[in-house]
Structure formats: structure tokens, C-alpha cells
Design a protein around this ligand. Structure first.
Ligand code: HEC
Ligand code: HEC
Length: 215
């Protein structure tokens, strides 16, 4: 009888210890998450904002807008800069050095930070360009073997976890990326195929349409 009580006490005691351990593990995870978020915001505000603007709303068309971009895509790009596989001269000149010291945790937290910022529409361009660009974006151009961009990037270019958001991005940056895909400086098979048949005028039209789109 006495032994049974002791056993019961032991069981409830170990339960209490397990509960306490479980709680502290959850607390440690929360605290770690909060520290990562704080570290990411500090780097975003203190370093990345110099070029990418406050909360990823960049003013200069040389620097891509990051606000509202999908986290998975952002991490993949940061990893590609760090591995030096995204090899356009601007990627090399600006981003290889920036990405080199970033840990996987910091990349994930920075990507999370930018993906949570609300995107905005950029300026609209000439109506004729927007109309032509929208047609290419939505329908492609079968004569030139250009598939509809909307098939992957979404009807309103908001992107998905697997395809980047393009809405509201700077015209100049978009054109430059399309040219880099075309000449394989940014070596991505799927976009190389897409961009192959695009003339410079088509790129300008589709980019002008995309810049004008909001969230
Ligand atoms: C000195 C300017 C500069 C700073 C500072 C900078 N970047 Fe960049 N970033 C660029 C340029 C230029 C590009 C475009 C590269 C290209 O054309 O391929 C770019 C591209 C990117 C891209 C790719 C976006 C896309 O749509 O594919 C990501 C992600 C990025 N930067 C994240 C960051 C983060 C995070 C930081 C801070 C740790 C940072 N950048 C700091 C200049 C900068
Ligand atoms: C079959 C799917 C697919 C189609 C169709 C497609 N894209 Fe893409 N696009 C992608 C993928 C995947 C990426 C990301 C590439 C990477 O990982 O670097 C991408 C990236 C891009 C980027 C770079 C974005 C950035 O922030 O740097 C631009 C610009 C772009 N696409 C424009 C277009 C345009 C314009 C069209 C139509 C003419 C188009 N895409 C059609 C799959 C597609």
C-alpha cells in the first residue's frame, strides 16, 4: 500500500517535470524565434534598406522591390547569391558580398520579414505599352513561342510559393532580368525558355504592365 502511494507520487512528479520541460522547450523556441525576428529587422533596416528601401519598397529601379515577395523565392535567391550561381554582373557586384555572411536562419528570417510587408503598385506607363504587355502576360504569343506568363506567375502576377511575385516591380529591373535569363547570365532553364523569343519591345511592354499592378 505504502509502495503504491510512492509510485503514484513518482508518476505525478515525473509528469510535472515533463510538463515543465515541455513548457521550457516551447518557451525557448518562442524566444529563439523572437531573437531571429529582431536580428532580421536590424539587418533589414541597417543594411538592406540602403538599397532596397524602407521595408523593401525600393525607390531606385536598379534595386528590386522586396516587399510582399514570397519567402521561399527570397531564400532561394539569397542562397544563389551566396553560392555565386546567380551570376549577373549586378548580382556579383552587389549581392554576392551581402549574402556571403548570412546564416540559413538569418536568411529565413529576412525572407519572412520581407514577405510580410505590404506591396504597392508602381507608376503606370504609356497606355499602348500596358495594353500590349497585358496581352503578352495573359495570352503569350504563340507565333514567337512565348507562353502566357500568367500560367506560372498568376493572373495578377502575385506569384505563389514556387513562382516570384512580379506585380509592382521596377520596369528597368524586370527588363534586365529577362535579358539575363535570355543570355543565361542568370541561368534558370525554365525562364531561359520563356525569354528566348521575347524582343526588347515585348520585354518593355510586359515590364510596363507589371510595374503598374498593385497587391
Ligand atoms: C549596395 C546595394 C544593395 C544592398 C545593401 C543589398 N542589396 Fe539586395 N540587391 C541589390 C541589387 C543591385 C540586386 C539585383 C541584382 C541583379 O540585378 O541580379 C539585388 C537583389 C536582391 C534580391 C533578389 C530579388 C529578386 O527579386 O530576385 C534579394 C532577395 C536581395 N537583394 C536581398 C537583399 C538583402 C536581404 C539585403 C541585406 C542583407 C540586401 N539585398 C542588400 C543591391 C543591394
Ligand atoms: C513555366 C513557368 C513560368 C512561365 C510561363 C514564366 N515564368 Fe517567369 N519565372 C519562373 C520561375 C520558376 C522563376 C524563378 C527563377 C529563379 O528561381 O531564379 C521566374 C522568374 C521570373 C522573373 C525574375 C523575377 C525577379 O524578381 O527577379 C521575371 C522578371 C519573370 N519570371 C518574368 C516572366 C515573364 C515576363 C513571363 C512571360 C513572358 C514569365 N516569367 C513566364 C517561371 C515561369
Amino acid at each position: 500500500m505504502k509502495e503504491r502511494t510512492t509510485n503514484k507520487r513518482l508518476v505525478s512528479l515525473s509528469g510535472a517535470i515533463l510538463l515543465a520541460l515541455g513548457m521550457s522547450a516551447a518557451y525557448a523556441e518562442d524566444a529563439n524565434g523572437a531573437l531571429n525576428r529582431i536580428a532580421a529587422e536590424r539587418v533589414a533596416v541597417g543594411t538592406c534598406a540602403t538599397c532596397h528601401g524602407p521595408r523593401g519598397h525600393s525607390y531606385s529601379p536598379k534595386f528590386p522591390v522586396l516587399a510582399g515577395q514570397h519567402a521561399k523565392y527570397l531564400v532561394a535567391q539569397l542562397q544563389a547569391f551566396k553560392a555565386q550561381t546567380r551570376g549577373d554582373p549586378d548580382a556579383l557586384g552587389y549581392m554576392w558580398g551581402m549574402a556571403a555572411p548570412l546564416s540559413d536562419e538569418l536568411m529565413a528570417s529576412l525572407a519572412d520579414y520581407y514577405s510580410r510587408q505590404i506591396p504597392i503598385a508602381g507608376p503606370t506607363g504609356a497606355a499602348a505599352l500596358v495594353t500590349r504587355g497585358k496581352d503578352i502576360y495573359q495570352n503569350g504569343d504563340s507565333a514567337a513561342a512565348i507562353p502566357p506568363c500568367a500560367a506560372c506567375h498568376g493572373a495578377l502576377a502575385a506569384g505563389t510559393d514556387d513562382y516570384p511575385r512580379l506585380a509592382g516591380q521596377h520596369v528597368q529591373y524586370l527588363i534586365k532580368q529577362l535579358r539575363s535569363f535570355q543570355n543565361n547570365m542568370r541561368n534558370v532553364a525554365v525562364m531561359h525558355g520563356v525569354a528566348q523569343g521575347l524582343q526588347l519591345g515585348d520585354m518593355e511592354a510586359v515590364a510596363t504592365y507589371l510595374q503598374s499592378l498593385g497587391p
